[in-house]
Write a protein that binds this ligand. Structure first.
Ligand SMILES: [Zn+2]
Length: 216
């Protein structure tokens, strides 16, 4: 343990003397993680990314530290950004590690550009997703069937692509339930859930309601 502390001191000194040494900050962050000093490790990895914004492994470790410190939303942001950078750069290992972390947080995993373009050419599918924030564009695919039997389920089926649906059901809806502490067995909880789902899909205008907003 004292050896680890000695190395941490060494790297602290080194990064103080060479504040622009990205690898020095990265190594310091790794050692701090080893010692369980996640808060200080976060500072080191953030500095690494200021100096080297495409250092995908630093995103992975920063995300891990944020999870350890109990900041899942920030972790999802960092890991999603890092995942895209890793994918573009072909850093397969950190990318797949970040996929696992995102999955553990119930967050959607971005599209695998390299793989999807080889398997399925970017041909327009003919389906147009109506969600204002849809990120799939002309590759939008329709769900095979309505997710619910009621009118809203049919509307989702006819207007919302499968990626947006998955982003809601496998990711964002969990945040809604957790952040608002919704009890889905109550009528109020169910109403709030539907309300936020409608907002997510752009079925409802945020301005006309006065229900609680999500944090972060
Ligand atoms: Zn969509």
């Amino acid at each position: 343990m004292s050896q680890l502390n000695d190395r941490i001191s060494q790297f602290r000194q080194m990064t103080t003397e060479n504040p622009d040494d990205d690898l020095g900050h990265f190594r310091l962050g790794q050692l701090l993680m080893e010692a369980g000093e996640y808060s200080e490790a976060i500072t080191s990895f953030r500095r690494t990314l200021e100096l080297s914004p495409e250092f995908s492994k630093a995103f992975q470790l920063l995300g891990t530290c944020l999870i350890q410190m109990g900041h899942p939303h920030e972790a999802i942001e960092i890991l999603t950004e890092g995942w895209k950078i890793a994918d573009e750069r072909g850093d397969k290992f950190p990318r797949d590690e970040m996929s696992k972390l995102l999955k553990s947080l119930n967050a959607p995993i971005p599209h695998k550009q390299a793989e999807s373009s080889s398997n399925e050419p970017n041909l327009p599918t003919g389906f147009v997703c109506q969600r204002p924030e849809c990120f799939v564009g002309s590759r939008a695919r329709q769900l095979e069937k309505p997710p619910f039997a009621d009118a809203i389920g049919k509307r989702i089926h006819s207007e919302i692509c499968s990626d947006c649906w998955n982003a809601w059901i496998n990711g964002y809806s969990q945040n809604v339930v957790n952040d608002l502490r919704l009890d889905l067995s109550s009528e109020y909880g169910q109403e709030q859930y539907d309300h936020h789902m409608n907002l997510f899909f752009g079925f409802e205008d945020n301005n006309v309601t006065n229900s609680p907003k999500l944090e972060g």
